[in-house]
Design a protein around this ligand. Structure first.
Ligand code: NAD
Length: 289
């Protein structure tokens, strides 16, 4: 058996198209153009690429995009006052601080992110949004796990009643994925670096999400026949070679559907950010999301 390959490009295009329709709707019905402000501090080249990509996607979809480039020497206070200004700006509905912050202020990352108005927190990292996700209220959810869920839905993969296993318990991927799948009535187990007999657990999964950051760690014998495998991992093993957390070539023979790396989940994150900007705008306008 060879699995259906779930290419991120196809799903990202659908997610962006639905965001574009909602953007037009907000403009036509409410005269409001959703606006995203991205703060980037310093000269990290990878961050600059990510920010350019976000800006370009906003422009494609008719979202107002403001990139605020702050010098490497910016202090915590500089960032907090910039965030206060954006929290108060009526034309900005989403605020994102590009991580990582420079070493000198890295230790203040949490305080800085928590200064963002939860209604504008399009990364979904604010404790208020985390709490809402856990309790099942409308929340801004981190883009990568939200993108995985959207992709499963668009691919017509049933979640209700399924046995799901997530490898990784980070705040950005593993934990929100747990709550998203549980809210959709999957029975979910979260594994992590202290999990014993990992393969015994992963072999139970009808939906397996790998988010550990370990190249090709998940081998074919860890995958249940016919499972849906979502590979969130992005691991650089050579200057121009990215691989996921799953040994794709072997897994493709066991799974019923699988995301590749590159070209899989990674492409969904920016698309979901656009959806989050729309959602944030609607939450602020008190329109149903
Ligand atoms: P993280 O380092 O914060 O967390 C990794 C998790 O994996 C931890 O909870 C750890 O307990 C678990 N883990 C590590 N080794 C393990 C082992 N041997 N057995 C079981 N569990 C183990 O990482 P993260 O931020 O959640 O990211 C995970 C991966 O996803 C990385 O490769 C990252 O690059 C990628 N990622 C991709 C996107 C995207 O596609 N846009 C976004 C975020 C993260």
């Amino acid at each position: 058996m060879s699995a259906k390959i779930l290419y991120g490009k196809e799903f990202a295009a659908k997610i962006k198209e639905s965001a574009r329709v909602e953007v037009d709707d907000l403009k036509n019905k409410f005269g409001v153009t959703p606006g995203l402000a991205v703060i980037i501090v310093g000269e990290n080249p990878a961050s600059q690429v990510y920010v350019r990509n976000k800006h370009k996607t906003c422009e494609e979809l008719g979202i107002k995009s403001e990139v605020i480039a702050m010098p490497e020497t910016s202090t915590k206070e500089d960032l907090l006052s910039k965030i206060d200004e954006l929290n108060a700006a009526a034309d900005i509905h989403g605020i994102l601080v590009q991580l990582p912050l420079p070493d000198a202020i890295k230790s203040h990352s949490e305080e800085i992110l928590n200064r963002i108005d939860p209604l504008k927190d399009v990364d979904g990292f604010h404790p208020v949004n985390v709490g809402k996700l856990v309790t099942g209220s409308p929340a801004l959810v981190p883009c990568t796990p939200a993108g995985c869920l959207e992709m499963l839905d668009l691919a017509g993969i049933e979640i209700d009643g399924k046995r799901a296993v997530i490898i990784g318990r980070s705040n950005i991927v593993g934990k929100p994925m747990l709550h998203l799948l549980m809210a959709r009535h999957a029975t979910v187990t979260v594994c992590h670096s202290h999990t014993k007999n990992l393969a015994d657990v992963t072999r139970e999964a009808e939906i397996l999400v790998a988010a550990m950051g370990k190249p090709k760690f998940v081998t074919a014998d860890m995958i249940r026949q016919g499972a849906v495998v979502v590979d969130v991992g992005i691991n650089r093993i050579a200057p121009k070679k990215l691989v996921g957390d799953v040994d794709f070539d072997a897994a493709v023979e066991v799974a019923s559907a699988i995301t590749p790396v590159p070209g899989g989940v990674g492409l969904l994150t920016v698309a979901m950010l656009m959806k989050n900007v729309v959602k944030a705008t609607k939450l602020q306008l008190k329109v149903k999301t």
